[in-house]
Design a protein around this ligand. Structure first.
Ligand code: AVI
Length: 321
């Protein structure tokens, strides 16, 4: 059934797709959802009423802006480093408040995409021209490493959107540990964690009635078709979401509606699907204080303070080393 390619894989995407679809049970990595189309679909998800994460975090930042920036400030100013800057909608509340209160800081958004950074810089030039922006194109940790080498003043690192939820606990500890390593004692980490809540609310957020999340999940198959000469018929797969209230893990799957064999030419693979066989595509972990404290402790960090939205859906935590 499987014909391993004779040559090296042409990309990490090709190799990871090969590995995931020849494993049992089958899986694909959620990071590959985000090409141009995937980015657009995620923007749409963030605007959906069911996807409460965005409005909850917005609420927290808006309601607590004063207290948040009070904890950030330092006499000699600070660098505000945002990992995964995106369009900066929520961060702009903080930036505006810092400008209003005449606090000395530089804003350093970090993103892998130069395009995202260019757009963000342009929008800030129009909306809050007072902010000194120094965009940092690159991976999070290479950039953090570089910044901690030459920067002596206080760093405030922010990570919004509960992005950590797409990592399992071991990966999350590594992620936090890498950030901790780049932090000195006066530095701070401000990070969003979606919380455990009524399971139905979580299921609705990941299974909206318009099918935007379905398209987002299925974008993995679209990418395989486009980039690896795959022959998936997207309609023959079902988007399926589960939530386990014990572990707090929401899981996304694509489920084959029938027995089918799919060719993926560029990786020399014919994949056999039994009827109702699944491909696991994403986890979106939900937290409570004890899980967050445990992750922090494992990573050499401690929680200094937390902020919650008015509907008790979401929390942002301030961590120190
Ligand atoms: C980016 N990440 C935090 C989102 C989440 O909630 O897990 C991605 C997402 N997947 C489906 N909807 C949104």
């Amino acid at each position: 059934m499987k014909n391993p390619p004779e040559t090296m894989f042409e990309s990490a995407f090709a190799e990871d797709t090969y590995k995931g679809l020849t494993s049992y049970p089958k899986y694909l990595l959620s990071k590959y959802i985000y090409d141009k189309r995937g980015d657009k679909l995620f923007q749409k998800i963030m605007d959906m009423p069911e996807y409460y994460l965005t409005s909850s975090e917005f609420d927290i930042i808006e309601q607590n802006a004063h207290s948040i920036i009070k904890s950030f400030s330092s006499k000699s100013g600070f660098d505000l480093i945002e990992l995964g800057a995106g369009d900066g909608k929520k961060t702009k509340i903080i930036l505006n408040k810092l400008v209003d209160e005449n606090i000395e800081f530089n804003y350093l958004p970090v993103d892998i995409s130069q395009n995202v950074l260019d757009e963000l810089k342009e929008s800030l030039r129009n909306e809050i021209p007072e902010v000194n922006v120094e965009v940092q194109q690159g991976t999070y940790f290479k950039t953090l490493e570089k910044l901690s080498e030459y920067n002596t003043r206080k760093k405030v690192i922010i990570v919004l959107g509960s992005n950590i939820g797409n990592l399992n606990h071991k990966e999350a500890v590594d992620f936090l540990g890498n950030i901790a390593e780049a932090m000195s004692e006066e530095d701070m980490l401000f990070m969003g964690f979606d919380q455990k809540k009524h399971p139905q609310k979580i299921l609705d957020a990941y299974n909206d009635s318009e099918g935007i999340t379905e398209d987002f999940n299925k974008n993995l198959l679209v990418r395989i078709n486009n980039e690896l000469e795959g022959e998936f018929d997207i309609d023959n797969f079902l988007h399926w979401e589960t939530y386990d209230p014990e572990t707090g893990t929401a899981k996304s799957f694509l489920v084959s509606k029938k027995q089918q064999n799919i060719n993926i030419k560029k990786i020399g693979l014919e994949v056999n699907f039994e009827a109702w066989e699944s491909i696991h595509t994403e986890i979106s972990q939900k937290y409570d204080d004890s899980i967050v404290n445990w992750l922090a402790d494992e990573a050499g960090l401690s929680v200094e303070k937390s902020f919650q939205d008015r509907e008790n859906c979401y929390k942002n935590y301030i961590f120190r080393r």
